[in-house]
Design a protein around this ligand. Sequence first.
Ligand code: SAM
Length: 292
Amino acid sequence: MKDELTNLSVIKDLLARHGFTFSKALGQNFIVNPGICPKIAELGGAAGDVGVIEIGTGIGVLTAQLAARAQKVVAIELDTRLMPILKETLAEFDNVTILNQDVMKTDLHQVIREHFAGMRVVVCANLPYYITSPILMNLLESRLPIEAVTVMVQKEAAQRICAAPGTRQAGAISVAVHYYSQPKILFPVSRGSFLPSPDVDSCVIRLDILSKPPIAVPDEALFFRIVRGAFSQRRKTILNGVCAALGCSKDTVRAMLEEAQISPTARAEQLELPQLGALAQAASRQLSSHLQ
Ligand code: SAM
């Protein structure tokens, strides 16, 4: 059934037989363009010695393409109504395990230990857009032993995620993504490639996980607190953003900025990764000297 899962009449018949209706709240826009999923599977690294984690199966259109190429696929899908459908659409594969659960509540370290012993591991998905950032942050921050994350996201999110720190489009997520990985936009996908068709176009991106961050920060929690604080007040100066994030006096933050050689009137999006790293180092030193 693998190659029929983008055929509109096959899909409509399948959904009607199972009485399935799309849930907007769960971000259910299924791929119906036959060119997309084979490309995600190929560019995402699904291959004979690879285990793939997929997030959000829908009716299994990407799952099937991954299973046809990878050694093993573990796919996590929250919507219980899709389980009988997947049983039918993925019947030809014996290398797929479906976990009917919320990806945000899934211990992915355990999934990898249990299912992918001795395999290289990648993540591939057409993400539910309402939780794109939390899913990506969770994948990156939990330091999973994975090589790459290849996902479809909204076009604007793709641009934000892949924007280099120090450029206008950068946000807190771009900083985190560049701290943990090397991101790139692979290809655009038009809204007409989905059923139902969403209001926005999409892009497939790939994050190649770095073996070690490109900057050294003494305290990651502090680094990300500063980054989030600085970008949550985008139009404010870095001085005000960091004051709010750390709850410190302006004088203390001025001293941090001076030590990191950053102008107090700079905006967060003007700062490159090494400057943000220097700020986190200065903050760590200033805060520990205030505590002594
Ligand atoms: N992979 C399919 C495709 O490309 O056609 C479906 C992609 S659809 C954009 C996102 C899928 O994620 C839906 O099937 C939805 O039910 C599922 N989903 C939404 N929230 C989820 C969560 N928290 N955990 C796991 N799956 C989730």
